[in-house]
Design a binder for this molecule. Structure first.
Ligand SMILES: *Cc1c(COP(=O)(O)O)cnc(C)c1O
Length: 496
């Protein structure tokens, strides 16, 4: 199978090449030229398999230039026993008769990004033999929180790779900082940058675009790449858990084969919900995709009006991983809904970068509305939902998951559509313990480890191991740098 670019249909690359390159030279995103299909009997067959075995079957449809043994080894390393705190990897938890949370936070950093970032480094390491002439791959990542840690955990000690993460001094929570600066591994570097996320992000972009840096690295057999969520190697592993969830509903006899489910996803960069769309394209029966935003509701406005407009206030919310105004992965959906119209996508994206907005054609808007519903929840509604779900269902959810639960409830009330739904639970409630605790007990103002312990005491739930141990770990990376020192850090880390 070959991949092309959303901005240039003449591009044709192998899956190894797209994983190594990350983004197309024209600025577009890589997508399969045609999507594989699963028949209903394929899906029934999948139902009998373990999560890793399902992953191997599904991913082999997309990573066609990987050997079967090779891909199988990648998947086994990513989901090996002990990496995830539940043997099912992404277990389904019943909220009520027809609503199910799919817990995507059982990995080493307690957020759903582990589902893909445990696997991407393995794919990249394997692909580099074919697509990078065996060069070492240097991953550069600017992070506002969850991605940096998940990437560090995924890439630590992976053969043929090195990773440097830059986080803004004033832009990550104390727990997120601690998670990163205590990172273990022989091929990792973590740097606090004076400034905000945009400063760190701009510094990384500058390194990527600097010809002389690229040349010096190439002379030393090193290739730059990124672990950003626009990499196809991050998106494809996310398709697996939607297929797996459908199989599990079949197994529990909530659905008969062929009957569709709904899916609701707390959304930021549009990666997670796009994976559900691709699962549907693959043949998994899905009726509606319900997109949930926080107060940064650019996506829900877009789905409801057909106008994407990022000219609006930016809010810092209690669901920070969804605080985003430009959802990069949306470009892939538009490409698909437009019937692969690369020229139209270029027009939309030009308009977005010049005017900060674009408006869908009536035909594409109609197609969007046939598949997607959308809504948003503000911080007050988010906390109210965390509290209510705990009281009524005895189930503790984090602030991101609560946004999706709330938006789904509204959807169900206004449409009467009560078919079985999978709601993506994207983080452990202990990862956002301060906010979750305040939703339960109303007033307490503890933070950090105190909030984590108090939450555990109040609910009787154990603290996830990676978070509990965090506060007794010794920081390894205490360096604070200026933006202009970033490239020197990269060279030093590579001993150049
Ligand atoms: C990244 C993240 C999201 C948003 O996912 P997208 O794929 O960017 O839409 C939601 N919740 C949590 C906890 C996250 O870390």
């Amino acid at each position: 199978m070959l991949y092309t670019s959303t901005r240039d249909n003449s591009v044709a690359l192998s899956s190894s090449e797209v994983v190594v390159k990350g983004i197309s030279d024209d600025g577009g995103l890589f997508v399969p030229r045609s999507l594989p299909k699963l028949s209903l009997s394929d899906i029934e067959e999948l139902s009998g398999l373990s999560y890793p075995e399902k992953a191997k079957r599904i991913l082999s449809l997309f990573f066609t230039d990987f050997g079967t043994e090779e891909l199988s080894a990648c998947v086994d390393r990513a989901y090996k026993s002990g990496r995830f705190s539940d043997a099912e990897i992404a277990p389904l938890k019943e909220l009520d008769e027809n609503s199910f949370l799919i817990e995507l936070f059982r990995g080493p950093t307690c957020a759903f990004k582990d589902m893909a970032l445990q696997l991407l480094p393995q794919l990249l390491s394997a692909a580099s033999g074919r697509a990078a002439q065996g060069r070492k791959i240097m991953i550069l990542t600017a992070t506002s929180g969850d991605t940096g840690k998940a990437a560090l955990e995924g890439f630590r000690d992976v053969k043929g790779t090195e990773i440097a993460v830059f986080f803004p001094l004033n832009g990550v929570s104390p727990a997120q900082r601690l998670q990163m600066v205590t990172q273990e591994g022989s091929n990792v570097g973590v740097y606090a940058v004076r400034g905000n996320f945009d400063d760190a992000q701009a510094g990384v972009k500058r390194i990527f675009c600097d010809g002389s840096i690229k040349k010096k690295l190439l002379e030393n057999n090193i290739l730059l790449s990124s672990a950003n969520s626009i990499n196809w190697g991050r998106l494809a592993p996310q398709i697996v858990y939607y297929c797996s969830a459908y199989c599990e509903l079949l197994r529990r006899k909530k659905l008969r084969i062929g009957e569709p489910m709904n899916v609701a996803v707390p959304t930021g960069n549009f990666g997670n919900i796009l994976a559900a769309y691709y699962a549907r394209e693959l043949g998994i029966p899905i009726a509606r995709l319900i997109c949930a935003s926080n107060s940064n509701n650019v996506l829900s406005d877009f789905i409801n009006t057909g106008v994407y407009d990022k000219n609006r206030s930016f809010y810092t919310t209690l669901s920070p991983s969804m605080d985003i105004l430009v959802s990069s992965n949306l470009e892939r959906l538009l490409y698909s809904l437009s019937g692969c119209d690369d020229k139209l996508i270029r027009e939309y994206m030009d308009s977005l970068s010049q005017k900060g907005r674009y408006e869908l054609s009536p035909e594409i808007f109609e197609r969007l509305g046939e598949l997607f519903s959308a809504g948003f929840a503000d911080d007050r509604q988010t906390l109210e939902t965390v509290g209510r779900i705990y009281r009524e269902k005895g189930c503790l959810i984090d602030t991101h998951t609560a946004v999706a639960v709330k938006v789904y409830d509204e959807y169900r009330k206004s449409t009467g559509d009560s078919r079985p739904v999978i709601i993506a639970a994207t983080a452990s409630p202990f990862k956002f313990a301060d906010a979750v605790l305040s939703a339960l007990d109303g007033g307490s103002a503890s933070s950090g480890l105190d909030a984590i312990s108090a939450l555990s005491e109040l609910t009787g739930l154990p603290v996830p191991e990676p978070l509990g141990g965090l506060y007794s770990k010794k920081p390894r990376f205490e360096e604070l740098i200026d933006k202009k020192e970033m490239e020197n850090c990269v060279f030093r880390q590579l001993s150049l």
